[in-house]
Design a protein around this ligand. Structure first.
Ligand SMILES: *[C@@H]1O[C@H](CO)[C@@H](O)[C@H](O)[C@H]1NC(C)=O
Ligand SMILES: *[C@@H]1O[C@H](CO)[C@@H](O)[C@H](O)[C@H]1NC(C)=O
Ligand SMILES: *[C@@H]1O[C@H](CO)[C@@H](O)[C@H](O)[C@H]1NC(C)=O
Ligand SMILES: *[C@@H]1O[C@H](CO)[C@@H](O)[C@H](O)[C@H]1NC(C)=O
Ligand SMILES: *[C@@H]1O[C@H](CO)[C@@H](O)[C@H](O)[C@H]1NC(C)=O
Ligand SMILES: *[C@@H]1O[C@H](CO)[C@@H](O)[C@H](O)[C@H]1NC(C)=O
Ligand SMILES: *[C@@H]1O[C@H](CO)[C@@H](O)[C@H](O)[C@H]1NC(C)=O
Ligand SMILES: *[C@@H]1O[C@H](CO)[C@@H](O)[C@H](O)[C@H]1NC(C)=O
Ligand SMILES: *[C@@H]1O[C@H](CO)[C@@H](O)[C@H](O)[C@H]1NC(C)=O
Ligand SMILES: *[C@@H]1O[C@H](CO)[C@@H](O)[C@H](O)[C@H]1NC(C)=O
Ligand SMILES: *[C@@H]1O[C@H](CO)[C@@H](O)[C@H](O)[C@H]1NC(C)=O
Ligand SMILES: CC(=O)N[C@H]1CO[C@H](CO)[C@@H](O)[C@@H]1O
Length: 810
């Protein structure tokens, strides 16, 4: 028995308020709506509308039917515990609607994994460290569910692990022991990916490892186990290899997910690779647990397709998502996995006869049936919530020019049906309702069965409201135009004209990662951004950088990229623009390679005075430093603090004066991003972690520490001055006294005294970046690594009902 004594209780109500001693703050999500990979759904069999969704880097949410949105459950996760902000698997107790179990942990390399155990539907949790690692963001996260509650014994929780075999808890997931009777630990880093109890037979359990012949069963409560007889042992006969150069990655089909129908039929999906990417082959089987008869039910050429469509034959891909109706054991839905670059990319199938025949719902859902289009998807008009609020970043009409993860549109007029479709649910309370997750959102239909019966397109809408799962790479808040401009991993970035409503993505060029964005201090609608874009760099134009002169609505691509930029590297570096919007400065995020060795790029940040056509190296600074900032008032002025030296350019980035930091009052320090006062030329701050915050009012000729010596800013930003004050409000993420709580703090007296802005219930795994707003006193934007962006405002006598609105909510 593996016992851990450490437990702690997190009993924070999912409230929208974070009280501090002096002021209350309201935290709201900036509405993107979805934005990351949805990995699984669970629904309670007996309480209508009680369902949960998990995501790979953003943890879990509960559906609230009254509020019509998903509610985040684990925002109390601290920066130190950021690995716990990912749900590997989750489970409900079929006999108790209040109990919820979350298996938390993002990466196998971390030793920090835990069970979050709730007795009130996720309002509060007991946290128990887990004796094995978890991998919510690892290969195989699409499979599951690994975690299961014994329906005959609610204290008994089982978990298929990735590296340590099958485990069991007899005290509601507090302590765990190894089920050593399980014959094979399948310690291949994917391990045992599902555990299913037969609710009709006390003691019967199925466990499936993502490995050939990985399906096992027990009929004596787990004391003894056997391989399920008759399971597929090779790929023979499953399909014809269409391309003889690619054979399956596994020697036999590997179980991905399974579901047990009320008639005792186990439906199992298979692939040749764990997924969510890289699956080339797959099949679908049913196993009659009474007669022990296996049937191949893989969709094939005999299925029905709405004319003029034809069976999908290329490429094969595998199968993953599967769900069976509670009221009809022969009604099931199924998703393909990794058919890309197939036309859909992935497909959803419906069977009403236990898998004997299938209807291709993807083709049925495609508007303007025209086989010559060659692509299937949703109408772009369907990228809306059920109440009509649009999710426009999902529905742009940009043709096939860009196909990155977030790229939702395969051809003009269509939104992609989906990819990485592994989360799939027929509502247990109403079989007409079906939801599926993708790499970016959730699609839902309320009339799937009746529409399919009538050979019509089902109604579809987006049901991801409340889920904010983006990774914030950069953001800025100009003093004109939209208050927030963001850059995300995978889905480019957005001009947040309205913080509470989903916005369009920035227009072409689209970036898979938007790494850096800036605005011109005296011309705040002049915006510049750089990011990764692997798809369109062969036409002699630089598609990794762009300029907007109207606040981020329309964009012009740079004429050229900076020399030696590695265009396939995932980080395009840092871009800034001077106050007058006449000079751009761009520092590469990578050093080019010679063979496998990086060669030192001895240029400093390149500058351009013609809007990104010609780029030149400066004198006086010879590092591609990311720690570069433009003065917002004085034209042509840039600052950098790199390798303990302070650099200033006043001639548009052409030459820099370097001064050793210790000569002008700075401590010895590697480097930091200078933060400027948007209203005063030459007023600059440097956040230097355990050294505190330093400030200059003369362009860096002299510096002094402005914070007390125990202030430790891990992140720093400034926002609009408090009423009556002439200096900006400071915000830090860090600590304000030795050994104090890590949190978000605000100072209105140049760093002498600090007030806490957040509380323990609002930590979001620690921000990646914070940003003040130069136009709203007290507001700070909090960018996270999996919980999107939040905006925190001082609450002036608000009542609870006045703050629950907003698609993101808290
Ligand atoms: C939904 O939200 C309402 C209003 O806050 C609350 O009363 C109710 O308990 C919530 N239900 C669930 C299942 O979260
Ligand atoms: C986890 O690893 C870190 C870093 O190696 C170490 O400091 C810490 O003590 C470990 N924690 C546990 C619970 O093993
Ligand atoms: C289930 O089986 C176990 C072991 O045989 C037995 O102890 C238990 O009482 C059974 N539970 C129910 C609800 O039948
Ligand atoms: C758990 O049991 C499996 C056998 O099923 C064994 O391979 C594995 O090493 C055990 N792990 C631990 C931590 O005891
Ligand atoms: C494989 O190809 C052969 C010959 O074309 C055909 O007879 C057979 O039905 C195919 N098998 C499958 C599973 O598609
Ligand atoms: C790719 O390049 C072509 C030719 O320059 C251009 O028409 C198209 O808009 C570009 N697509 C993207 C996504 O940048
Ligand atoms: C600017 O973008 C808007 C919104 O996408 C579009 O309607 C308009 O046509 C664009 N204008 C130009 C000049 O491209
Ligand atoms: C560019 O970056 C990619 C991805 O890191 C790397 O594989 C490639 O070798 C790099 N190329 C050069 C020329 O540096
Ligand atoms: C940039 O600043 C960071 C701290 O934010 C520091 O770790 C890094 O070394 C600096 N890089 C340079 C080149 O100065
Ligand atoms: C650069 O250094 C020179 C010599 O010390 C000094 O005269 C000049 O004012 C400096 N320029 C800036 C912009 O700091
Ligand atoms: C639609 O629902 C979302 C999420 O509950 C909400 O934020 C939005 O205001 C609603 N829109 C309308 C038009 O009611
Ligand atoms: C102990 C108990 O109440 N068990 C019930 C749990 O629910 C299943 C159905 O899901 C019943 O069969 C059990 O009797």
């Amino acid at each position: 028995m593996f016992r851990l004594l450490l437990t702690s209780t997190f009993a924070f109500a999912a409230t929208v308020y974070a009280y501090t001693s002096e002021q209350s703050y309201q935290f709201n999500s900036v509405a993107v709506t979805g934005g990351g990979y949805i990995t699984g759904f669970i629904a309670h069999p007996s309480e209508e509308n009680l369902m949960y969704v998990r995501s790979d880097i953003g943890s879990s949410y509960r559906w609230n039917q009254t509020l019509n949105k998903w509610i985040p459950l684990t925002d109390f996760v601290s920066e130190e515990d950021s690995n716990l902000l990912g749900t590997e698997s989750f489970a409900l107790d079929p006999n108790d609607t209040r109990r919820l179990y979350l298996a938390q942990g993002r990466y196998l390399t971390s030793n920090n994994s835990a069970f979050f155990v709730s007795q009130d539907k996720g309002e509060s949790f007991d946290v128990y460290p887990a004796p094995f690692p978890m991998g919510a963001n690892e290969l195989g996260r699409n499979n599951g569910e690994r975690l299961a509650v014994n329906p005959f014994k609610g204290n008994e929780i089982w978990m298929g692990t990735r590296t340590e075999g099958l485990w069991k808890s007899e005290d509601y997931a507090a302590t765990w022991s190894n089920v050593t009777s399980f014959p094979n630990a399948f310690a291949n880093t994917i391990g045992i990916s599902f555990v299913i109890f037969d609710p009709r037979k006390n003691g019967t359990i199925y466990a499936g490892a993502t490995a050939p012949e990985g399906l096992y069963y027990s009929t004596d409560g787990g004391r003894s186990w056997d391989a399920v007889p008759g399971q597929p042992t090779s790929w023979m006969g499953a399909f014809n290899v269409t391309d003889p150069t690619t054979s399956p990655a596994s020697s036999a089909p590997q179980p991905m997910k399974a579901v047990l129908s009320s008639a005792g039929i186990l439906y199992i999906t298979y692939g040749d690779f764990p997924g969510p990417y890289g699956v080339s082959y797959g099949s679908v089987k049913s196993f009659n647990t009474s007669s022990q008869i296996w049937t191949d039910i893989t969709p094939n050429v005999n299925n029905s397709y709405p004319p003029p469509f034809t069976p999908q034959t290329f490429p094969n891909g595998g199968y993953c998502g599967i769900s069976v109706a509670a009221d009809d054991p022969d009604t099931l839905v199924l998703t393909s996995l990794d058919r890309d670059p197939g036309p859909a990319l992935d497909s959803l199938y419906l069977s009403r006869d236990g898998g004997k025949s299938w209807t291709d719902i993807t083709q049925l859902s495609t508007p303007n049936v025209n086989a010559s289009m060659g692509y299937w998807g949703h109408s772009i008009d369907e990228a809306k919530l059920n109440n009509g609020t649009g999710v426009p970043w999902l529905n742009f009409d940009w043709s096939q020019g860009w196909g990155g993860y977030g790229a939702p549109s395969p051809i003009y007029g269509l939104t992609k049906f989906g990819w990485w479709m592994s989360a799939l649910l027929i509502s247990p309370w109403d079989s007409q309702k079906v939801m599926y997750g993708t790499g970016a959102t959730i699609w839902a239909s309320d009339n799937l069965l009746s529409a399919a019966e009538n050979w019509q397109s089902p109604e579809w809408h987006i049901q991801a409201q409340g889920i904010e799962e983006t990774f914030c790479l950069t953001m800025t808040s100009p003093n004109g135009g939209a208050h927030l401009l963001s850059g995300f991993g995978d889905i480019n970035g957005m001009r947040h004209e309205d913080l509470d409503t989903p916005q369009p993505m920035f227009d072409l060029p689209v970036f898979s990662n938007l790494n850096s964005i800036d605005w011109a201090g005296q011309n705040p609608e002049y915006i510049v951004r750089v990011g990764q874009n692997q798809l369109n760099n062969t036409d002699g134009v630089c598609h990794l950088g762009a300029i907007s002169e109207n606040g981020g609505v329309n964009w012009t691509t740079f004429g050229n990229c900076i020399p030696t930029l590695n265009q396939t590297f995932t980080d395009a570096g840092t871009v800034v623009v001077d106050a007058s919007a006449k000079v751009l400065v761009w520092s590469s995020g990578s050093n080019p390679l010679q063979g496998s060795n990086p060669i030192l790029n001895t240029s400093g940040p390149y500058y351009s005075t013609d809007g990104g056509y010609n780029w030149s190296s400066p004198t006086g600074l010879d590092v591609q430093t990311p720690n570069i900032t433009a003065d917002r008032v004085q034209a042509g002025t840039f600052y950098s603090f790199s390798d303990s030296s302070w650099y200033v350019s006043t001639d548009g980035g052409a030459s820099y004066n370097a001064t050793g930091g210790t000569v002008i009052g700075l401590p010895q320090y590697a480097g930091a991003l200078p933060v400027v006062d948007v209203e005063k030329a030459g007023h600059v701050y440097l956040p230097l972690a355990e050294n505190g915050i330093y400030a200059t009012e003369d362009f860096g000729l002299s510096w002094k520490r402005v914070s007390r010596d125990d202030v430790n800013p891990r992140l720093f930003t400034v926002g609009k001055a408090a009423p009556g004050s002439t200096s900006p409000t400071m915000f830090i993420w860090g600590t304000v006294k030795e050994g104090g709580a890590v949190g978000l703090y605000r100072s209105e007296d140049d760093g002498s005294s600090w007030k806490r802005v957040n509380d323990e219930a609002h930590q979001y795994g620690g921000p990646t970046i914070i940003q003040g707003d130069p136009r709203v006193y007290g507001r700070v934007y909090v960018g996270t690594g999996g919980r999107g962006i939040l905006y925190a405002d001082i609450m002036h006598g608000g009542s609870e009902s006045s703050v629950v609105a907003g698609t993101g909510g808290i």
